[in-house]
Structure formats: structure tokens, C-alpha cells
Write a protein that binds this ligand. Structure first.
Ligand code: ZN
Length: 225
């Protein structure tokens, strides 16, 4: 059965459907030193995890919709991992066996709102969990990516490189992130994991042209609505 047009479904990069439900997005904050520095944050020993609901997940093309009149909306381009089987208290071997594939996602963030929430000691959902806060590109199957911890990726805004990432620079590896997450939150088939953003976050505006590059696997164009 084809999904309704407005409804997101996980896709392969070639456009084929992936037979997994759409679950939650479990994310790590502060997983690259250069982003921690640009946010004037401090590296904490304990990982910073947060969740975006399934209603935040949407396609990255042909356009992304951002909230208006809620202050700055920042880009955070991140390696996304699609989970195909349940993970609870998982070790690295179990994590590796449960990965369907990899892609890129945007962890869209209402930065002004997040700053206010941080100051008040409140949780981040209003800044990161809104509808369409997690645009995701099509996934590349894990058997096509021999060294996921060496993936390079980039985001251009209006032709200028804004973020340029290399998974080698993650503080916690992809496997470690997922294993640690699974100590707290059971990951289910169809969940995705966002592995943190490198430096270069900044405001997006309606009409911005985006170009997203995922190593040698794909480059895609999108637009901000
Ligand atoms: Zn992020």
C-alpha cells in the first residue's frame, strides 16, 4: 500500500520504500568538540540524549518547512542511523547487527527558544520536537558502507559551505552512542538515531537553497519554506 502523500515513510536513497515503521528519533547532543566550543558549552562526562517524536520526522526533499515567528531556526546536519531490530542494553555486536543503514538528517532547533529553556532549566522538546523538526534523506544500506565511522558530510546554504563533518571526529563513536542510548531507551525497528552535529550551526530562512552531501553516496538539493 502506498502511503498518503503527506505521510513520511523511510526510503532508500534510490526511492524504494523500506519496510519499517516510522518510530522516534533518539539524538545525542554535544558529540563534536568544535560544536561544543561554538556553543560555549562544557564537555560533560555523561552523554546528553534527547528524543524527537515520530511526528517530527519528515522527508528532506523537495523542501523543508520551518516554524515562523519563534526566533532563530538553526541547521544541525547529522549522520542518521536507521534501526531495524530491537535494542535494549545492547553491546557493540548487537548494535552492528541492528543497523539497517545510514543517511543524513537535520536536527532543526529553535535556538532562541532552546536558550530560554536552558536558562529556565526546562526540557528541550519545544525547541527540538516540533512537527517537521527532523528532515531525513534516503538511507544507504549498511552493507554498502564499510567504514561508517569515516563518513564525511556537508551542508551548503545558498552555495556556501556551512557545515562540514567527518564522523572520525565524533567524541562517542556511532556504535557507542547507540549502545549507550539502549541502556536508557529501548530502540525499536524504524527508530532513527542522530549522532550529533559538527560546528557551523546557524539560522535558516525561507527561500534558502540547501545542498546536502553524504560522502560519495549522494548529493541532494532542497529548499527552506
Ligand atoms: Zn543535534
Amino acid at each position: 500500500m502506498l502511503p498518503k502523500m503527506h505521510k513520511y515513510q523511510h526510503l532508500q536513497h534510490d526511492g524504494n520504500f523500506i519496510d519499517l515503521p516510522v518510530g522516534k528519533a533518539v539524538c545525542i547532543g554535544q558529540n563534536y568538540q568544535d560544536h561544543i566550543a561554538e556553543m560555549n558549552s562544557i564537555t560533560a562526562p555523561e552523554a546528553l540524549f534527547f528524543i524527537k517524536p515520530s511526528t517530527a520526522i519528515c522527508a528532506m526533499t523537495p523542501y523543508i518547512s520551518i516554524p515562523h515567528n519563534q526566533g532563530a531556526v538553526h541547521n544541525e546536519i547529522e549522520v542518521a542511523v536507521l534501526i531495524k531490530s530491537e535494542l535494549k542494553n545492547a553491546n557493540s555486536h548487537q548494535v552492528a547487527a541492528a543497523i539497517w543503514g545510514y543517511s543524513l538528517a537535520l536536527d532543526l532547533t529553535l535556538r532562541d527558544r532552546q536558550a530560554a529553556l536552558k536558562q529556565q532549566g526546562r526540557p528541550w522538546e519545544l525547541a527540538k520536537g516540533f512537527d517537521n523538526a527532523c528532515p531525513v534523506a534516503g538511507f544507504i544500506a549498511s552493507n554498502k558502507i564499510s567504514q561508517p565511522q569515516q563518513l564525511k558530510f556537508a551542508l551548503k546554504v545558498n552555495g556556501q559551505v556551512r557545515q562540514s563533518g567527518d564522523a572520525r571526529h565524533m567524541i562517542r563513536s556511532i556504535t557507542t552512542v547507540i549502545s549507550e542510548m539502549s541502556q536508557h531507551f529501548t530502540l525499536l525497528p524504524g527508530d532513527i538515531v542522530l549522532t550529533g552535529t559538527p560546528a557551523g550551526v546557524g539560522p535558516l530562512h525561507s527561500g534558502d537553497q540547501l545542498e546536502v552531501q553524504f560522502d560519495n553516496f549522494f548529493t541532494l538539493q532542497s529548499q527552506v519554506n
